[in-house]
Design a protein around this ligand. Structure first.
Ligand SMILES: Nc1ncnc2c1ncn2[C@@H]1O[C@H](COP(=O)(O)OP(=O)(O)OP(=O)(O)O)[C@@H](O)[C@H]1O
Ligand SMILES: [Mg+2]
Length: 273
């Protein structure tokens, strides 16, 4: 693989023209990432629609998909602003931001993007052409962005508070602005829940079961079913990508997180506020 090194802006114009509405080809050609079938469908929906929402079991490849979306939008729109967020700093920095670094590092565009702990930007255009990581802890973190080409990526979207989501929805006012929400469906209220129910007409929605993902260990799924029961909320949320039956919010003990194959599940049930 040859990294693109010369005349970055001419190369960028080519990238923009060729891959503007083809993030799947961009992922394959430029990032050496072969999307799974469901990831292809989501990427194509993101290219052609403003709002996309994905609920799934664990370990199916949501964060990988988000990293693809960020890098595609960053390279295939002029002066884009991309805001990535998640409920906790750990989820944002250690997981999503690290995933972006991983795929960027082996890509053909690594020589004209600069990755830092809080920003990935186009070299020479740091102020206007970037993706940034903002923890979903206060609405102000999401406000003040205005650009023709803007993408918000929300990881673990079920856990993001409604006032934060409200700030995001109000910021996304331009015709070319986009929103990608992904998560395990942990609670039966909020913007993420509504995107799969009463606001469904405004979103392209996807549901992915861990059974259907080549990345999730089938032995572990069977073990979870034996332990919690097929129709338990734990299995609904973590395997099938179904919202829980009871109106509880499950806050996962993030510090225990490991890949699905090796992880032991622990939940703390809290009343939904
Ligand atoms: N199409 C793909 N090709 C190769 N690797 C992939 C692909 N999709 C995802 N991965 C990798 O699989 C691993 C698990 O995926 P990822 O972390 O994206 O899953 P997830 O759905 O976000 O998990 P969780 O539910 O725990 O948040 C990661 O290392 C990611 O880089
Ligand atoms: Mg993830």
């Amino acid at each position: 693989m040859t990294a693109i090194t010369t005349k970055p802006y001419n190369v960028l114009i080519d990238l923009i023209e060729v891959y503007w509405d083809d993030p799947v080809a961009f992922a394959e050609d430029i990032l050496q990432f072969n999307p799974d079938e469901w990831q292809r469908n989501v990427l194509n929906d993101l290219a052609n629609n403003p709002f996309v929402s994905v609920r799934s079991g664990q370990g199916v490849g949501k964060t990988g998909l988000e990293a693809m979306s960020v890098l595609w939008y960053l390279c295939c729109r002029p002066n884009p602003k991309i805001v990535c967020t998640a409920p906790t700093r750990q989820q944002l920095n250690d997981v999503l931001w690290a995933e972006i670094a991983k795929w960027m590092e082996s890509s053909m565009v690594k020589n004209f993007l600069k990755w830092t702990k809080t920003k990935v930007y186009m070299m020479g255009n740091e102020e206007r052409w970037f993706a940034t990581a903002r923890t979903a802890t206060k609405p102000e973190n999401m406000q003040g962005f205005h650009e023709e080409y803007m993408l918000f990526v929300v990881d673990e979207a079920s856990g993001v508070a409604d006032n934060i989501m409200e700030a995001i929805l109000c910021t996304l006012s331009g015709a070319e602005n986009k929103l990608l929400m992904c998560g395990n469906p942990t609670r039966t209220s909020g913007v993420f829940y509504d995107s799969h129910h009463k606001d469904r007409q405004d979103y392209k929605t996807h549901k992915v079961s861990s059974w259907d993902s080549p990345r999730a260990s089938k032995e572990n799924i069977e073990r979870l079913i034996r332990k919690y029961g097929k129709d338990s909320d734990a299995v609904r949320i973590r395997v099938y990508g179904e919202f829980p039956k009871s109106n509880l919010m499950y806050s996962f003990l993030w510090k225990c997180r490991r890949p699905l194959q090796r992880r032991r599940l622990s939940f703390v049930a809290e009343p939904c506020i």
